[in-house]
Design a protein around this ligand. Structure first.
Ligand SMILES: Nc1ncnc2c1ncn2[C@@H]1O[C@H](COP(=O)(O)OP(=O)(O)OP(=O)(O)O)[C@@H](O)[C@H]1O
Length: 303
């Protein structure tokens, strides 16, 4: 059972004048699923291509199970590229068998594995079809099968969920969870933040080639400014004005949404609210991953 971690350690990469990666670091442990999120052009694909070894880094190191990734470890990686590079005219089963053999499986094992994954991914009826005759969603299932056919010890997937219908999303999610539960480190990029929040053990947010936030969804959601909702129906409109470190974000039907920075004292806010009359609600709101992500992107735009 694979247990090793995939570590990307301060990897930098330039394309001419463009700094694609600036000391990017991330670790995915065995048995863990990491969601890799960031705006367009932030550096996700470049990171994954370097991890796979199809692109060389200018500096930094990629390690699996503590050792630098070499040709042998590379063949243990299952990769689903964004550009979906399969052969359009080849039959589904032939293609998967060929890829299995290319990764070192004996022919009989490659055939067995291709059959197993096509069955598992709902493609059994399409085995003898050319790839180009399949719908885009089914082509994507074949691409996942291609990443899995050699029974990889690490899974790296570039936007595996993009363009999938809800049933296919469930199939893909279940398979990735199973791989994770077998001890495989799984990392995938995605712009579908709700899906990432639901599926992943950890999330890494990348901005301009560096990791800017990394943790469990819970850790990320409890970081950042505190947001409070206070329902004090008799309070005057300006009840929270002037409280140190407190910004009023909105006020509607007696409910005030507040943002507290590090200098604010929530107990002082509560006392101020009680001083106006009854308080029916005093609750801390935690941001969703989408809101956290928006904060990071906004910072980027502001710079
Ligand atoms: N072959 C290349 N030549 C020149 N610049 C490139 C090349 N590939 C990527 N870049 C640049 O490197 C940066 C990082 O791109 P990358 O594709 O890694 O981002 P990404 O996070 O995967 O984006 P997306 O979410 O749009 O797929 C971008 O500025 C991009 O324009």
């Amino acid at each position: 059972m694979p247990e090793g971690a995939l570590e990307i350690d301060r990897v930098s990469k330039r394309y001419g004048d463009v700094v694609a990666l600036d000391e990017m670091s991330l670790t995915v442990h065995g048995g863990e699923m990491l969601g890799f999120v960031g705006s367009n052009g932030a550096g996700k694909t470049t990171t994954m291509r370097i991890a796979l070894g199809v692109l060389a880094a200018d500096s930094g190191e990629v390690r699996y199970d503590g050792a630098p990734v070499d040709r042998t470890t590379r063949s243990r990686i299952g990769y689903m590229p964004e550009e979906r590079g399969l052969y359009p005219k080849m039959k589904v089963s032939e293609q998967l068998q060929y890829l299995g053999e290319l990764h070192g499986l004996p022919r009989a094992d490659a055939v067995r594995s291709a059959n197993r994954w096509t069955e598992r991914l709902g493609l059994a009826e399409r085995r003898e079809d050319q790839l180009q005759k399949l719908s885009l969603g089914n082509q994507q299932r074949v691409q996942l099968a291609a990443a899995l056919v050699h029974d990889p010890s690490v899974l790296i997937l570039d936007e595996p969920f993009s363009g999938l219908d809800p049933v296919a999303v469930e199939v893909m999610s279940t398979v990735l969870r199973e791989m994770r539960d077998q001890g495989v480190p799984v990392v995938f990029s995605s712009h579908q933040l709700e899906l990432v929040q639901r599926l992943c053990d950890r999330v890494g947010i990348v901005r301009r080639g560096s990791m800017v936030a990394d943790g469990t969804v819970e850790e990320l959601r409890s970081s950042g400014p505190t947001r409070l909702t206070v329902h004090a129906p008799e309070a005057p409109a300006d009840w929270a004005e002037g409280l140190p470190g407190v910004t009023v974000e909105s006020r509607e039907n007696g409910r005030t949404a507040l943002r507290l920075d590090d200098t604010a004292d929530d107990q002082r806010v509560l006392r101020a609210a009680l001083a106006t009359g009854p308080v029916h609600e005093f609750s801390r709101e935690r941001p969703s991953l989408t809101e956290l992500f928006r904060d990071v992107v906004t910072e980027e735009t502001d710079e």
